[in-house]
Design a protein around this ligand. Structure first.
Ligand code: ZN
Length: 514
């Protein structure tokens, strides 16, 4: 049997096991009775062991050794050496590259470190929940300190050429460097702060009608109609409810989403559904030839977010979209939306208001929340900022970037779960998603000059088709940087996102000049 064939067989088994594990997690988040927690943890731990065996065993290293001089070393700049008579396609090469990445990651980290990180993160999350509830940062501080030390150690094991943070960022956004993100965010920061200031000085839209109760059963009806109209195929997915909305892939033809409903939050459920549909459409759109392999998923968290945010904000919060959907929403909520016309509705769902909480932030201020976290976590990892000084640094940045200062740490430094999970280098991917999305939108607009007219008629199929052809079908064959380069002809660039916001919000808030 050829090495490639054997490696594909092991990968297939690992993927099947990962999908079994994902099914168990999905069940845990949606329907599992509380009493099943311990047994489920044991099941997951067994599955993770089996997956590890198929992705990181000595045999995998031997097989990779057919193309790589040292499978434990970094991916060679000149690519892999091809063995006699072997004709490797773009997909084969990507497969070997991603197998190597997975293998190297696993064998670079000592078992002791992996175990310590998992145990610390799990206990730290409990402490974080309590610390947030009691508004007591000092309770979380020793855990945060330990997680920072473990992350530095992880970075050192994985290796990096610039700064330590590079290795952490690379886990979520492969191939993107800290220096590149720093540059891009510095320019984004300046533009956004200025735009937010101009918006704050303008006349604010009236969104009061959104604050009344909208009965949940009717919300469900509307969400399900929108979800299927966007092209989410219920023969290959389903929507359930969970405390925190998510998308999960359980197989090539089974990508599920969840949402949450609250009578008082019509738009929250709706836009979170559209967001998750965006993630699901990406995973469902990967090419046939990648099915069942590790290439059959989103190429990076940033590109994944570009898909969810394009659907949620650039399509879902656009005027053409509501030209079609508002009449239907008014049919479902006749008394609630009696006197609301398209203009008023459109302005209300795009209201910009600097706020303390990231997950409630609007499209304009959202990236500022991310830039702030990026700057702080870099300083924590490098040692320039101590955990003791973190709450103060948080308040200062919040004032500089958003113009608001939290009264409590619960509403400030303790609001997000990421650091308590030991995830450093994750936050920037959210803002990168906005930037990629705007870069893609520009090109899509050039290729499909009439796409807004279709959207206004309730037809988003041309958009989905464009995303499938240019992005989805490649799965992980092409990296984020390669996709951006191939689609736009240039590198990551914040200018299209800034231009998109300036245009949309300049009109919406009737800003002068700009
Ligand atoms: Zn998302």
């Amino acid at each position: 049997m050829s090495a490639l064939k054997e490696l594909r067989g092991l990968d297939r088994e690992a993927r099947l096991l990962e999908h079994v594990a994902a099914t168990m997690s999905w069940d845990q988040e949606t329907y599992m009775p509380e009493g099943a927690v311990d047994e489920r943890a044991a099941q997951q731990s067994l599955l993770q062991g089996l997956i590890h065996e198929r992705t990181s065993s000595q045999r995998v290293g031997e097989l990779l050794g057919r193309w790589l001089h040292d499978p434990r070393a970094q991916w060679p700049a000149q690519g892999v050496s091809r063995t006699d008579g072997e004709d490797l396609s773009e997909v084969d090469l990507a497969f070997i590259r991603e197998k190597h990445r997975q293998y190297r990651h696993a064998v670079s980290l000592p078992e002791r470190l992996v175990r310590e990180m998992a145990e610390t993160a799990s206990r730290s999350q409990n402490e974080w929940v309590l610390a947030r509830k009691e508004n007591d940062f000092s309770r979380f501080k020793p855990w945060l300190e330990k997680l920072i030390i473990l992350n530095r150690e992880t970075a050192d094991c994985l290796g990096y050429s610039g700064v330590r943070y590079d290795a952490l960022l690379d886990q979520y956004e492969p191939g993107v460097s800290t220096a590149e993100v720093k540059d891009v965010f510095a320019s984004l920061r300046k533009s956004l702060v200025s735009l937010v200031q101009r918006i704050s000085a303008a006349e604010q839209p009236d969104g009061s009608f959104l604050e009344q109760p909208f009965p949940v059963p009717q919300q469900v009806t509307f969400n399900e109609e929108v979800m299927t109209a966007l092209g989410y195929d219920l023969r290959r997915g389903r929507m359930d409810r969970s405390a925190h909305p998510f998308t999960t892939t359980l197989g090539s033809d089974d990508v599920r989403i969840t949402t949450r409903y609250d009578e008082k939050l019509l738009t929250s459920a709706l836009f979170s559904t559209i967001h998750e549909v965006g993630h699901a459409l990406y995973e469902l759109g990967v090419g046939e030839e990648l099915r069942g392999t590790l290439l059959a998923e989103g190429t990076s968290l940033g590109i994944h977010e570009s898909q969810s945010r394009m659907w949620e904000n650039m399509i879902g919060r656009s005027k053409p979209f509501w030209q079609h959907w508002l009449p239907r929403l008014q049919q479902i909520f006749p008394s609630e939306l009696k006197n609301v016309d398209l203009e008023r509705f459109y302005r209300a769902i795009n209201r910009v208001a600097p706020s303390l909480i990231r997950v409630e932030a609007d499209e304009v201020t959202y990236s500022l929340h991310i830039i702030m976290r990026f700057e702080l976590e870099q300083a924590l990892i490098s040692g320039d900022l101590s955990t003791g000084d973190l709450p103060g640094a948080w308040r200062e940045k919040s004032r500089d970037l958003l113009g608001v200062v939290p009264d409590t740490d619960a509403q400030g430094v303790l609001q997000d779960v990421h650091w308590s999970m030991g995830a450093f280098g994750y936050f920037p991917t959210y803002a990168l998603g906005n930037l990629y999305a705007a870069q893609f939108l520009n090109v899509m607009e050039r290729d499909l000059p009439l796409f807004r007219e279709s959207v206004a008629q309730g037809n988003t199929a041309p958009v989905l088709d464009w995303l499938r052809r240019n992005i989805h079908r490649y799965g992980r064959v092409r990296s984020a940087a390669e996709l951006v380069q191939q689609i736009t002809g240039g590198p990551l660039d914040p200018a299209p996102f800034v231009a998109y916001l300036e245009k949309k919000y300049g009109e919406l808030y009737r800003l002068q000049g700009g």
